[in-house]
Structures are given as C-alpha cells and as structure tokens.
Write a protein that binds this ligand. Structure first.
Ligand SMILES: Cc1cc2nc3c(=O)[nH]c(=O)nc-3n(C[C@H](O)[C@H](O)[C@H](O)COP(=O)(O)OP(=O)(O)OC[C@H]3O[C@@H](n4cnc5c(N)ncnc54)[C@H](O)[C@@H]3O)c2cc1C
Length: 501
C-alpha cells in the first residue's frame, strides 16, 4: 500500500473535484485527485467534431460580473484570464421563452424584468413586487463578503422545503406569471408542487444579476482547472477509477483503484454522485436505512443533445438562448433549449438543441456502451434528432443545408460522465425528499465529504455553493474563510494599485 504524504484524496476531476483540489492546494494541503476518465473535466469538458467545439455541460452561467460570486471564485482560483468570459444578453434579451400562446423575452437585469412582467400582466403589481423582492434578496446574497462568507444562503428566502407552487401561490401569481417563472423547472423533470422554490429563484436571480458564457472551450476550461490544481501541488491520476473506499474504525482513510493501486489519506472528498459512493464503501459502513433512503432519491431528467453546423447566412448567431415550452397537461412540460452561436469555422454557425428524454426510452441498449451500439440505436438516435431539428426549424426559421455534428443520448451521458440514468443534474431535489439529503456535503462516515452538483444544487453556481460548504468542512470553516478573505483582499489591493498606476 502506498502510504504517501497525501492528506486529501479527491474522487472525480469534474468541476467539483478540481475546484476543491485548487482551493485545498492553495491552503497548503496535499491533495491527490483521481479520475476514471483519461481526461479531466467531467461534464464541463467539451469535445470537437469536424473541428467544431461542442459543449456538454456548460452553456451559460451567472453571476460572474466583477465582485459577484462566480467571478470572485474564478479570481481566487486564478483561472479568470483563461476563461475569456463573455457577457450575454447585452442586446437586451437574455432568454426567449416561446410558449404555445405567448412569447416572452427575459431581459438581462431585474428592473427590466419587472417592467417586462408588468407589460405582460399589468394588473399584477403585488405579485410582481413579491417576485422581484425574492429575486433581489436571492441574487444580492450571491457574493462573498470581506470575511470570505457567502452574504446570504440561497435558503434564506425560501426554505429548503417550500415548493415553487407554494411560493407562487403565496405571491398571488396568475398562470401567465407562473409559466414564466417556472421555465427553468422543466430540466428538473418535477411538477412545481414538488420543485423547491430556492432552486428556481436562485437560478433566475443569478442570471438576472449577470449572465455569461465561456470565451474559451469547455475543454480549455477543464485543462485550465487541472493545470491550476497541478500548480498548487496536487497529484492527478487519470484513467484509473476508484473502486473501493477504505474505512478503518469508522473513518475513511484511503482508496483502492481499478489498477489495484491503493492510496492512504486523512480525508476523502467525493466529487461524484453519492449513489456511486455507496458500492465503494465496505459492508456496514453506512446504515441500511441511510443507503435505502439515498437509493430511493430520484434522478433529474436526461436529454438528447444535437449539434448542427449551419450556414451563417441562413441562421445568424444570436446573443441569447431560446426555450420552446410546450405544456402537456398544465403540469408537465416538453421543453427544448436552443442556442445559435459562432462555430469557430468560417461561414458557419453552431446550433445546439437540447430536449428532455426519458432514460427508460433507451432501455433496449442499457447493457451496451458508447461507440459499440447497433444500427437500431443509431436509427433511434437519428429519429430523436430529426424531431428536434424540426422544432429548431419552426422556432429559428429554415435551417437550410445543415450538417449533424453529433447526437448524444442519456446513455452517452451515463457512459461518459458516469451520470446515473444519464441524468443532467444528478439527484432530484424535491420538497418531498427526506431533509437529511437536502444538503449532502457530508456522508455519515467520518472523514468522507461530498462536493459537486449532488451536494446542494446543480450547475456552476450550485457546485460553487457545494465548494463553499464542503471545502470549509474539510479544511475547517474558520481557516477556509480566512483564506478566502485574504485572497479577496489581495485581488482588491491589486485592482486599486492598477487604478492608481
Ligand atoms: C446537457 C447538460 C447541460 C448543462 N448546462 C449547464 C449550463 O448551461 N450551465 C451550468 O451552470 N450547468 C450546466 N450543466 C450542469 C453542469 O455541467 C454540472 O452541474 C457540473 O458540471 C457538475 O460537476 P460535478 O463536478 O459535480 O460532476 P461531474 O462533471 O459529473 O464530475 C464527476 C467526475 O467524477 C468522475 N468519476 C465518476 N466515478 C468515478 C470513479 N469511480 N473514480 C474516479 N472518478 C470518477 C467522472 O468521470 C467525472 O469526471 C449542464 C449539464 C448537462 C448534462
């Protein structure tokens, strides 16, 4: 057994694992990151088809303006320059919601959002005031104060167990307002009486503070993070999955990899789905009740993603995102997400189409692996893509001659990102979940922590929230906050120096 000097082993080199590695490394803690795939980045990592970069799990995010939470974190991590961040929605529209009966353009800031809502629902002053107040409280808290503390918790306005339906009913919203405020909810796959209000409020509040996309590729972002992790002293083991977590006297103390290699440590951070952690633990490490409870939690929905190359004269790049929302029974939603951006190839733009897809629709191929599937699978994939391309044509106008660069299915996400059931956002957050699973930065084994999209909430922002809590637990909250405060002070003194120069 290797008894090296690693203090913390991090399982998984996704956004959660890599961010934790950089922060712990900067605090002088010796870290080893272990990743099953030959490449770091997880869902963050994009791939190229015909020379065009295709994003997997990072299309846009917020808030990353100067002094806002994500920018503060990028600065602390030392990656801001590499990301070449680009603000979106600067032409006035951030997202276009196309319902069967109405189209709504989401503006890029809160005052304009209020105005747009009043334009659509002029008699609903009180409800709109309540919504804006909630979004304001939520979004204003999304920054670290001088002491390195998050200004307010995303749960401070709407509790962990308040549903979006309850929140909207209390505000007195009409169906029109309800539909607009719940657009992002279709990704969760949950009806609004189960979807926690904080999830949708903080997603919308964050984007209305400032919305951004990468000016580099997802692959470059993943590489920038892993280079920073290495620079802060981390070791990175790629292409060798963790199969077992070693537990001694009730304390996680090491891992065994598929290659047979073993490593010991003082603490383990799992930057992976908690259901993947369960079979790694020795029998009896967790109670049967805890395991059952965790296994019973549902996964968020999955999706088919299509990337098309189109003539830029046929489809111009749009500086906003489009959601085509079709309400099926007033409760469930058939949603399609569309983006048209420059492709990097002269004369062509890239159309990205993402639409929800049931994992069970791909049951026939559960036992197969990406790259080794039959013609029937390819036909099913093509059929799904064609119906999405049809929707894109209706929403965007004629696509002209296009090239399909790539189609991915729930099985692709399952196989490439180790995402159970190909789920986009990992564990489903529902107000009906047992509260012990609402915040999952600890598992009930000593020295075992969890970060990433399954710990608190999904997305770049959700992963960041998990880091602020999870890394604080690993390093000690006081020490972590002091470190964050020092980094923020460093940045602010550099900025004021640059102003005076
Ligand atoms: C289609 C899609 C679109 C999205 N769009 C956006 C968006 O626009 N904006 C946004 O903010 N978020 C978006 N997201 C969500 C965002 O990508 C994720 O929340 C985030 O990347 C999750 O990071 P993570 O580190 O928690 O997990 P992951 O990225 O899944 O990383 C986990 C890592 O652990 C590794 N691993 C698994 N098992 C093992 C093992 N046994 N041993 C070692 N390593 C292991 C995996 O290979 C992986 O690299 C999207 C996601 C999807 C799927």
């Amino acid at each position: 057994m290797n008894t090296g000097d690693t203090e913390v082993i991090i399982i998984g080199a996704g956004l959660g694992g890599l961010t934790s590695a950089i922060l712990l490394g900067q605090m002088g803690i010796k870290v080893t990151v272990i990743e099953r795939s030959p490449f770091p980045g997880g869902l963050l990592r994009s791939y190229a088809r015909q020379g065009v970069d295709c994003a997997v799990g990072l299309h846009y995010f917020g808030p990353a303006g100067e002094g806002e939470l994500l920018r503060q974190m990028f600065d602390i991590l030392g990656v801001t320059d590499k990301l070449k961040l680009r603000r979106i929605g600067t032409q006035g529209v951030l997202e276009r919601y196309i319902f069967d009966d109405v189209t709504f353009d989401l503006p890029s800031n809160l005052p304009a959002f209020k105005e747009a809502l009043l334009g659509l629902c002029p008699t609903e002053n009180d409800a709109i005031d309540a919504i804006i107040a909630a979004l304001q409280t939520m979004s204003q808290g999304l920054r670290l104060d001088e002491g390195g503390r998050l200004q307010s918790s995303p749960f401070s306005f709407a509790g962990l167990d308040q549903s979006m339906e309850e929140f909207l009913a209390a505000a007195g919203c009409s169906k029109k307002l309800h539909d607009i405020l719940t657009v992002h909810g279709f990704w969760t796959g949950l009806p609004m009486d189960k979807c926690p209000a904080y999830l949708l409020l903080y997603t919308l509040g964050a984007l209305l503070l400032s919305a951004w996309e990468l000016g580099c590729t997802g692959r470059q972002m993943a590489d920038a993070y892993s280079e920073r992790a290495l620079a802060t002293g981390a070791d990175l083991i790629l292409g060798d999955p963790v199969e077992h977590i070693l537990v001694h006297d009730g304390r996680a103390c090491g891992v065994r990899l598929r290659s047979g290699r073993s490593l010991t440590c003082k603490k383990i951070v799992a930057g992976i789905h908690p259901k993947l952690v369960l079979p790694m633990l020795p029998e009896g490490a967790l109670s049967a009740a805890y395991k059952d409870g965790l296994l019973k939690l549902a996964e968020t929905g999955s999706a088919v993603c299509v990337h098309l190359l189109v003539d830029e004269k046929q489809q111009e790049a749009r500086g906003y995102n489009i959601f085509r929302i079709h309400k099926i029974d007033g409760v469930h939603t058939d949603g399609t997400f569309l983006q048209v951006r420059q492709s990097g190839r002269s004369g062509y733009n890239l159309v990205t189409i993402i639409r929800g897809s049931e994992y069970s629709d791909w049951k026939q191929w559960y036992d197969t692996f990406t790259g080794k599937r039959d013609g029937e699978y390819n036909q099913a994939k093509m059929k799904a893509a064609q119906s999405m391309i049809e929707i894109a044509g209706k929403v965007l106008g004629p696509l002209g001659d296009y090239t399909i660069l790539d189609i991915s299915t729930p099985l692709t996400l399952r196989d490439w990102a180790a995402s159970p059931e190909g789920s986009i956002y990992g564990l489903m957050r529902s107000v009906t979940n047992d509260l012990q699973f609402a915040v999952l930065t600890r598992m009930p084994v000593r020295s075992l922590y969890l970060v990433g999209q399954n710990a608190i909430a999904p997305g770049l922002l959700g992963v960041t929230l998990s880091i602020l809590r999870g890394v604080g637990e690993v390093a000690g909250r006081g020490r972590f906050q002091k470190f964050l405060a020092e980094k923020l002070a460093e940045k602010s003194s550099l900025s004021s120096q640059a102003d005076t120069d």
